[in-house]
Design a protein around this ligand. Structure first.
Ligand code: SF4
Length: 546
């Protein structure tokens, strides 16, 4: 077997060339979100047009990807966002991260713009490098029709990242769909319009053919195995893992309802009288009653022991959508007062097929769409739009869960619960004076997990494993001797610092770190809460890390 080589693959879409280069020293100890922030800072003018030739689209597996550590094989996609105008990282499960690592691709950087209109399939392999095929027969097709054609042509062992028609049309709510372990193209790097960036590069799909690839080397296999064993035990036994396995992410709907933190009726109420029709219990009951292929528990990537996903099928025994996630239920269901999982699931399939972000479209549908909620608000001169930095909030009402409101306001990523959700912290979520530290802690942790390639739910397991398991894993994998004790937060700090610097160069100021004004004035009826965390908190939350 040939020696494993970790390289940066630079693809120029104008010249249709591939250069495989050594990883620069300053990129070696970063992966995923942190690496894509480093590359964007080093190589992209923050003032560039996100859909122009100056922007780059980056695919970067996390630092711990490649070893089937439970729920830790995610792919991060990064670029300047056409939706927010700032830095963007969106990550997804599925096969892409694992296969890229086995091919030795530390990062894939797509640059420039094609000479002519039309779309291409980029096929990457170890033996042939980059091959380009016209995608005329795929242009305009949804992802559910595109994936089988690609699998037929390139074989069913490959990983694929692709866009739907929304990405081809460069819509700002377009994401990038990745196939999962069962070859379903529903693992979307959804947020921030990165599908539009891929469309602007003329790429309908990227096929990763890992034939001849191998697992990345481990410097100390025994130590890695021991740390992996401890982590796997924690993740398997953690009560949250068990809840998500049985009830999937829909489990959180009832919890949000109890805090008046649902996003009901276009963010005007915090509870929903039909919540019991769309929560985790309902989803479990439907899937069990309907039987196969419905399944309340499904893994989006090989090796995940949490299995928070599901396969949601109809009474006719046909799959409606897989998976049906809480965020979609929150924004395309509760937000629109739709109390039927069947209807939400069907809407979800359509949005997936077009390659759109269901959070953004759910919020935009709260009015009427592909370019996201902020654009709809601007067009119709509507003030009550639930966005920060131009990106729609996800399914957690920030007036009732104020720490998450702090995250929405201050994360460089635009309103996004995956940047630092605080709903599980045991505090009074309505007290504006105590939200800074929970949000900061959650933001640093999440930026760290996104840099490692770990799923948000893997965090329960990592946090519950004693003895600095992340430090042990990194040390065993790479042989680094100088890893700080809190390796997770150290990675998170470095990542957020770079992201803030990119946004500063792009022209963002502290005035962009705010929730919409109407949320500071209009109260949630159930608890009278407005968003009243002081601006001095928002302005200084990152003081300690800069
Ligand atoms: S916990 Fe869920 S989202 Fe995370 S890796 Fe497992 S199935 Fe995928």
């Amino acid at each position: 077997m040939t020696e494993y080589k970790s390289q940066v693959w630079h693809v120029n879409v104008r010249e249709q060339t591939l250069k495989r280069e050594p990883v620069p020293d300053s990129w070696k100890r970063l992966g995923g979100r942190g690496l894509s922030a480093r590359i964007l800072l080093d190589e992209v003018d923050a003032q560039c047009d996100p859909l122009g030739p100056g922007n780059k689209l980056i695919f970067a597996p996390g630092l711990l990807v490649g070893h089937m550590l439970s729920s830790t094989d995610r792919i991060s996609v990064g670029g300047k966002s056409p939706l927010t105008g700032g830095i963007k990282e969106a990550n997804a499960g599925g096969r892409t991260g694992l296969h890229m690592t086995h091919m030795g691709i530390h990062a894939l950087i797509l640059e420039d713009q094609p000479k002519e209109d039309g779309f291409w399939v980029l096929h990457l392999s170890l033996s042939d490098g980059a091959k380009w095929e016209r995608a005329d027969d795929l242009a305009g097709l949804g992802v559910y029709a595109t994936a089988p054609k690609l699998l037929e042509k390139y074989g069913d062992k490959v990983a694929i990242a692709m866009i739907g028609p929304s990405g081809e049309m460069q819509m700002k709510a377009a994401g990038i769909q990745n196939i999962d372990k069962d070859r379903v193209p529903a693992r979307i790097a959804a947020r921030g319009g990165l599908g539009a960036v891929m469309g602007s590069k003329g790429l309908k799909a990227i096929v990763f053919d890992h034939a001849g690839g191998q697992k990345p080397p481990i410097v100390d296999p025994e130590a890695f195995k021991a740390a992996q064993k401890d982590y796997t035990k924690s993740v398997l036994e953690h009560p949250q893992s068990i809840t998500y396995r049985d009830y999937s992410t829909a489990a959180i709907a009832a919890m949000c309802n109890s805090f008046a933190a649902l996003t009901a009726r276009n963010f005007s109420r915090g509870t929903f009288d039909q919540v019991d029709q769309v929560d985790g219990d309902a989803l479990r009951e439907f899937t069990l009653k309907r039987g196969k292929p419905s399944d309340p528990s499904h893994a989006c990537m090989a090796g995940c022991t949490i299995r928070c996903s599901n396969i949601f099928g109809g009474e006719d025994g046909k799959i409606i959508v897989s998976p049906l996630e809480y965020e979609t239920i929150g924004l395309m269901g509760v937000n629109l007062e739709i109390g039927s999982l069947d209807s939400i699931g069907r809407l979800n399939w359509q949005v997936n097929d077009l390659g759109l972000d269901s959070i953004e479209i759910g919020a935009a549908l709260g009015y009427v769409l592909g370019n996201g909620a902020a654009n709809v608000g601007k067009k119709y001169n509507i003030e009550r739009v639930p966005v920060v930095k131009g990106q729609a909030m996800s399914g957690y009402e920030p007036r009732s869960i104020k720490g998450t409101g702090v995250t929405y306001a201050t994360t460089p990523q635009g309103a996004d619960h995956t940047a630092g959700l605080t709903i599980r912290v045991k505090i009074n979520h309505l007290d504006p004076t105590i939200q800074k530290d929970p949000s900061l802690n959650a933001q640093l942790n999440m930026a760290g997990y996104d840099t490692l390639g770990a799923c948000i739910f893997a965090g329960f397991g990592y946090a519950a494993t004693p003895d600095g398991v992340i430090k042990r894993l990194l040390k065993a994998r790479y042989g680094w001797e100088d890893i700080p004790d809190n390796a997770l937060q150290a990675l998170g700090k470095e990542t957020i610092k770079m992201e803030r610097e990119f946004n500063r160069r792009a022209g963002f100021t502290k005035e962009d770190d705010r929730l919409p004004k109407w949320m500071t004035e209009q109260a949630i009826p159930e608890n009278g809460a407005v968003f009243d965390v002081g601006e001095e908190v928002l302005d200084h939350i990152f003081d300690g890390i800069e």
